[in-house]
Design a protein around this ligand. Structure first.
Ligand code: ZN
Length: 232
């Protein structure tokens, strides 16, 4: 089962408190921004001292965000190790557990900003993060969440980047983390369902069909027949 705690204050204090609480994973959520309105990719920052679990987690998340939203992955196969021009590293490198700083979409890109503001976009981002946590931390535990920019003592009015068309990065990052927390804490009631390999059919955020699949089988998709076959 999972529990979730939101950490506030300056970034170093959030990380130290999560260490004291023995959190099993740490997520700081941002949205990216660029002077170019066309900039469009998914990337995850990990610390310069990042573990292999942090790297695998970040790469999986960046790749699945890019697949879902039809964008590409940035950085080195989705990762910026040690941050970008000195930014980001200190947000995660003081954790004693795996940690990622998420930059799934560009707030400065008008099409992506519309997605960030939408209920369906937030729900999809929450589900992707939730699944990434289930995948990398199947034993459950305390998950530490940090809303980028917001709630710092040093710059209390910081809300991060402006979204093209209105709104602020940090407010939407907070919405996505709150939805992810709800998914994690609901799964705690029936966490056996999260164990093993599952095949799902989804329409938007609605799961239409779900079944267990043997770990060893290869699923075969035929686009001509619109048929996904599960070998016996
Ligand atoms: Zn940010």
């Amino acid at each position: 089962m999972y529990t979730v705690k939101f950490y506030k204050g300056d970034y170093i204090d959030r990380q130290r408190e999560a260490n004291r609480d023995q959190a099993v994973a740490y997520v700081e959520h941002h949205f990216n921004s660029s002077a170019s309105a066309q900039a469009d990719y998914a990337v995850v920052v990990v610390g310069s001292n990042a573990s292999q679990t942090s790297r695998n987690w970040g790469r999986w998340y960046a790749k699945e965000v890019a697949t879902h939203f039809g964008t590409r992955i940035g950085g080195d196969q989705g990762l910026l190790v040690g941050g970008w021009n000195g930014r980001g590293d200190a947000n995660v490198k003081y954790t004693s557990m795996p940690a990622v700083l998420l930059e799934p979409l560009f707030a400065s890109n008008p099409q992506r900003a519309d997605i960030i503001r939408s209920d369906s976009g937030q729900a999809a981002l929450a589900r992707l993060l939730y699944e990434s946590i289930q995948r990398c931390f199947p034993a459950g535990g305390l998950i530490a969440f940090s809303v980028g920019h917001k709630y710092k003592r040093s710059r209390p009015n910081d809300r991060g980047a402006a979204l093209a068309g209105g709104g602020w990065e940090a407010d939407y990052a907070e919405k996505v983390l709150e939805q992810t927390a709800a998914l994690l804490q609901t799964s705690a009631r029936g966490d056996e369902a999260a164990v093993g390999r599952k095949l799902r059919v989804m329409q938007g955020d609605l799961v239409l069909f779900e079944t267990a699949v043997d770990e060893d089988v290869t699923l075969v998709w035929s686009s001509e027949r619109n048929l996904l076959s599960i070998p016996d």
